[in-house]
Every structure is written in structure tokens, then in C-alpha cells.
Design a protein around this ligand. Sequence first.
Ligand SMILES: Cc1ncc(COP(=O)(O)OP(=O)(O)O)c(N)n1
Ligand code: TZP
Ligand code: MG
Length: 556
Amino acid sequence: MALPFQTLSTRIPRNTTPLHSPPRVNRALASRKRAALVAASAMYGSAADGAHKRKLQPLPHVLTVAGSDSGAGAGVQADIKACGALGVFCSSVVTAVTAQNTVGVQGVHVVPESFVEEQLRSVLSDMDVDVVKTGMLPSIGVVKVLCDSLRKFPVKALVVDPVMVSTSGDTLSAPSTLSGYRDQLFAMADIVTPNLKEASALLGGAPLKTVYDMRDAAKSIYNLGPRHVLVKGGDLSDSSDAIDIFFDGQTCHELRGSRVKTRNTHGTGCTMASCIAAELAKGSAMLQAVQEAKAFVESALHYSKDMAIGNGPQGPFDHLFRLKSPHYNVGATPRFNPDDLFLYAVTDSRMNKKWGRSITDAVQAAIEGGATIIQLREKEAETREFIESAKACLEICRSSRVPLLINDRVDVALACGADGVHVGQSDMPARTARELLGPGKIIGVSCKTPAQAEKAWADGADYIGCGGVFPTTTKEDNITVGMEGLKAVCLASKLPVVAIGGIGIANARSVMEIGVPNLKGIAIVSALFDRECVATETRKLRSVLMDACSRTNLSV
Ligand SMILES: Cc1ncc(COP(=O)(O)OP(=O)(O)O)c(N)n1
Ligand SMILES: Cc1ncsc1CCOP(=O)(O)O
Ligand SMILES: [Mg+2]
């Protein structure tokens, strides 16, 4: 079939589309993804004759909507490399083609809006995109086309890098695009990531000179509609650190990194936004995604600081540094892997006492049986005793590389150096816990409703514990949400979910077969610890879960 070929327009087109504030991107992605998996599963199932059904695994997917950079330091090329380096698939809708190198931008061909729309339709109607990241949007018409497409094909999150001027000082978007950002796109954005110049342009032109200016700017841009703002201070003069300001509507976080002395900084903005998008696609909370992205960029600049590509003043850097130098892989191990939720053992001091075992013996046995994460839920322990036993459990967990979380007690988690905490709706708010624990610790939040799940994500949690799914005697007066409630929370949640409450050998399979990709495992108290042999019970449950996963499309 002959494909229609369209010549690129050679100017930035004007557009008089009326402006309006669209609703935020809605969140029907999970069900779309599930439908696609079911359809593909059916196809492969018949082809593979039932018994050898192929395991279909959705890949975290970012779509970049940006301009091409012939020098490959920034734009679509940087986005694809950044996502690839972080293990995320990246599709691309090209909004403009630039002739560009380390000297500057020599030319721009803008892709017609109708063809940007066609590319968007091609990708979004077929592929399961988790996160859309925007870069160079050359006209207000392209902004409108993008907003319309996102309303038709909702995604999990939208990352907007409001690219206006290249690092070499060349204009990359029409002045009217500014109003497109302010009046249309920002209201749909989960995060906007301006540098100092872009933040200034968005707010009327006053220059940003200090960290205080950056804080004020972050708050003012937040008032334009996005859920989070990251003002990047890479160009801040008189600062030995690379300081960025992250604002989530309540708290301003000052994120400090070391400033790398190098000429090879072309594409840092695109890379930062793409890394945030990639981390979000993998299921990270927003602050965590931003921290990971900042660490990635800093390491990439450090690795590439003496690299020589081109003869101009601003060179590209190497996104694939982690493949080339094991040194940089040290910090690359994510502190939280959602798959760790698979078989989540929650201790109970009363049960362990009843069976005459210490908490350390209980933890050791659960790990021996295959528990993938441990939570110490010691409701009756005195603080000092709790800290001591938590330290002993942490040693056991560390030697098996199993994360250890503390239930309710952020103070105990801090005191013993645990990997994180689990908090409920009446415990310390997740947002406060995040402020106290910092971005490096794991935070789980108990949620019974989609609204609570949404808030947990916004507050910086890493996962959700949903339940009680079934009635239980382990926790008094706990309202049961049932399988339907669990499913509703999973579908609404951008975070991975673990099911809890009344789960044991008899019903674990039915829970795991609920068929929602972000249900990552089950959390169990009595079916492990109110038994004579914890290791045996854990082993049995593990085999039930493995079996359930091999019957569905879930990865183990
Ligand atoms: C994994 C997991 N999910 C939910 C809970 C319950 O937490 P919470 O609602 O705070 O109740 P308590 O456990 O503190 O009684 C949990 N502990 N773990
Ligand atoms: C802590 C908690 N949160 C909701 S139900 C529950 C208790 C789960 O215990 P069990 O696995 O024995 O039902
Ligand atoms: Mg609690």
C-alpha cells in the first residue's frame, strides 16, 4: 500500500484555536491494558494450542511527543535513549525536525499539526502507553491536538517539559505556545519541569536569580494547574550545587545534587523529564521518580564529562553509561521493586508467642519459606524492645536481601534503619512519613477506596495495601472490601497493590487471578504465623502463588 507522504511545513504555523481548560487526564488505562492483554492472550492461546500459552507481559511504556535533534543530544533521541537506559519502552511522535549540532540550531522544519495528530492516533490507539512526556511543541495548534488526543486516549501520567528555547539560545516554540501551556496543557499535567528561563517566561519574564525566586516560581506555576512542579536550577549562578525545587502543592522540597563541571550538558532537560516519565511508567511515586531522574542525569554528566563529540560549546552526554561502567550501577538498584510484594509476610507478636517462637525465628522461617518482603507488625511491643528486635530482624533480612518494613512506627523504622514503613489511614500521614524518611525509604499505605489510593500516590507512597479483602480475626473491626473493592482500588491506583485480609491457601489463587496487572501479591498474617511451621506454610503459599501466576499473564 502506498503511504501518504506529506511535506513538512517550513515555518511555525499560527493557530487561532479557542482556548479552554480541559479536565485532567482520566485514568482508564488499567482496564484498557487488561483488555489488550486479554485479546492478545486469546490470540496466542489458540495459536499455541492451550497447554503452552505464551506469557504476555506489558512493558512500561513512555510516549515522547517532541522534536528531533539531528545531533542526538536532546529531543526525541535523548528521550528514547533515557527511557531505554531505564528499561522502559519509548515510542515517539515527532513534532518538528531540527538541524542541530554542538554549535546550535541551524534549522527547524515543523511537522504539520494534522500529521502530529495522525502519529498520536497511530501510537495511542494501538499501544498501551503508560506515560506521555512532552518536549518541543512548536505551536499552540500542536498543544491542542495533544490535549484532544489525551482526552480520547487517557494515560497514567503526563510529564510536560515546557521547552521554549534551546540551550544555544534558539527559539523552539512560537510565543503563542506559552498560552497553550498555561491555558490547556498544564491543567492535564502531573508534573511540569521548567528550567529557570522557562519558569521566568511562563510567569511574565522576571528573571529567577535565587533559590527563593525558584520556590516562589514553583508555587506560581503550580497555580496554573499541574499537580507537581519541578523548577530546575542548573543555570543558577553562584551555586556550587545543582539545586532543583520540587513543589507538590503543599511542601517545597529542595533537591540538591553535585554540579558536574563539563561542556557536555546538551539534553539534560529532555533527559530529566524522560527519566521522570520512565520512573512513573515503572510505578514510582512522583518524588521518587524525580529523585531517580536527578541521580541519573548527575551520573550521566559525570561519566561523560570528558567526552568529545562535536566542536561547539555544548556537547551531548552518554545515556548508556550504566552499560559501560559497572561503577555507576551501584546506585542503580531501585530501593523498591514492586515484585517484592509477591509474598508479603506480616508478623504478629501474639501468634508467635502462642507458638513459642521469637520474632527473629518467625522472620527467619518466613524468609526460608520464600517470603519476599517482611513487615513487623508488633502492636504490643514496648518501643525499646521493638527497636532491638527490629535491628535483629533487619540483619536477617539484609543477609537474604529481603526488605524489612515496620508497621505504624516511623520512629522505630528510623531508629533501626529499616527499609521503610507501612501506615494506615489513622496512622501518621504518608506525606509526613515521606518528609521524615526521605525519598530512599519504602512507604506503603492501607487503602480501601480509589480516592485513598489516589491520595497515597500524591503523598509519595510506593505501594498500597488493600483490604481486608476477606473477613479476618487478626484485625478487629476491619471493614471488608471484597474482591470487587480490591479490583476497584487496583484499577484506580497508579501504584502497585498488595491484597491483605483473610487470605490463605484456600483463596490466594482466586485473589491473584483477579486479572489486574498492578496487583503484585498478597500480604498474610495468620495463615503464616498462626501455624506450627511458618516455613512450611510460606512454602505452600508460594507454590500456590507461582501456580496462579503461571496460569495468568502475571510475571513472577
Ligand atoms: C500490607 C499491609 N496492608 C495493610 C495493612 C493495615 O495497616 P493499618 O490499616 O494501619 O492497620 P494495622 O496493620 O496498623 O492494624 C498492613 N499492616 N499491611
Ligand atoms: C493488618 C490487616 N489489615 C487489613 S486486614 C489485616 C489483617 C490481615 O491478617 P490475616 O492475614 O490474618 O487475615
Ligand atoms: Mg497501622
